[in-house]
Design a binder for this molecule. Structure first.
Ligand code: PLP
Length: 236
């Protein structure tokens, strides 16, 4: 007889964490080298709180207003917030210092604005540069051919710290099809590290979502952004 595993947020968190551990081990990496960022867009506070109870430590939001309205419900508390969505320049001021890490810095202009606003706040903001890894015309992000140069320029700014790269590969049905894109992002990070720029080290690779995070981990992800596998399908 099949065991009846209850389908709850708690059981899904446990299952994702277990799959992260086994994907890391399979790739000969330590489980602690991969962190789960729960993508919580559209998810109400009550459900996020269930996830936190079950062990979520990092929450990733896509929209500034939505995030700012949810965050107070978790304070004081152990959770860290990351920003993973497209960030408009005019909203930068309200995110400085609120998010431990901004994954989605998709242009020089945005990086400059974050540096300027972080400077005003006396803060140094950790960021990742988002790479348009599939060279998709409709997608934001640094071109793969341009990101090395961009990092060397932006590394001079004193109020951001570039911790690594992020990418969302072109949509695919089969998780394996994303593998070459994940591999390419890892290669780019290695090439950037090989430049030995002062104050730049590609510690973080943010890649992999619900349907392909295990593949991303096999290819070197240190942060996986998982939403629907934890909270269910989004209807809005
Ligand atoms: C929504 C979202 C995710 C999570 O997507 P799922 O397929 O639900 O896991 C990851 N990254 C970003 C940037 C997102 O907007």
């Amino acid at each position: 007889m099949e065991s009846l595993v209850q389908d709850t947020i708690e059981s899904r968190v446990q299952s994702v964490l277990a799959k992260i551990r086994s994907a890391a081990e399979k790739a000969g990496r330590s489980a602690s080298s991969v962190r789960l960022v729960a993508a919580t867009k559209t998810v109400p506070v009550q459900k996020i709180a269930e996830g936190v109870q079950a062990g979520l430590a990092i929450l990733g939001e896509n929209r500034v207003q939505e995030a700012l309205s949810k965050i107070p419900a978790f304070k004081p508390g152990p959770v860290q917030w990351h920003f993973i969505g497209q960030l408009q320049r005019r909203k930068v001021r309200s995110v400085i210092g609120v998010f431990e890490l901004i994954h989605s810095v998709d242009s020089r202009e945005l990086a400059l604005e974050i540096d300027r606003r972080a400077g005003d706040a006396g803060h140094r903001q950790d960021v990742l540069l988002e790479v348009n890894i599939g060279n998709e015309p409709t997608k934001a992000g640094f071109c793969p051919d341009d990101v090395r140069q961009a990092v060397s320029e932006l590394a001079q700014l004193s109020h951001i710290r570039i911790k690594g790269l992020m990418a969302i590969p072109p949509p695919t049905i089969d998780p394996g099809s994303a593998r070459p894109y994940f591999r390419k992002l890892t290669e780019l990070a290695k090439m950037i590290d090989a430049q030995h720029l002062p104050s730049v080290k590609m510690d973080e690779l943010s890649m992999g979502m619900s349907n392909d995070y295990e593949v991303a981990i096999e290819e070197g992800a240190t942060l996986v952004r998982v939403g629907s596998a934890i909270f269910g399908a989004r209807h809005v």
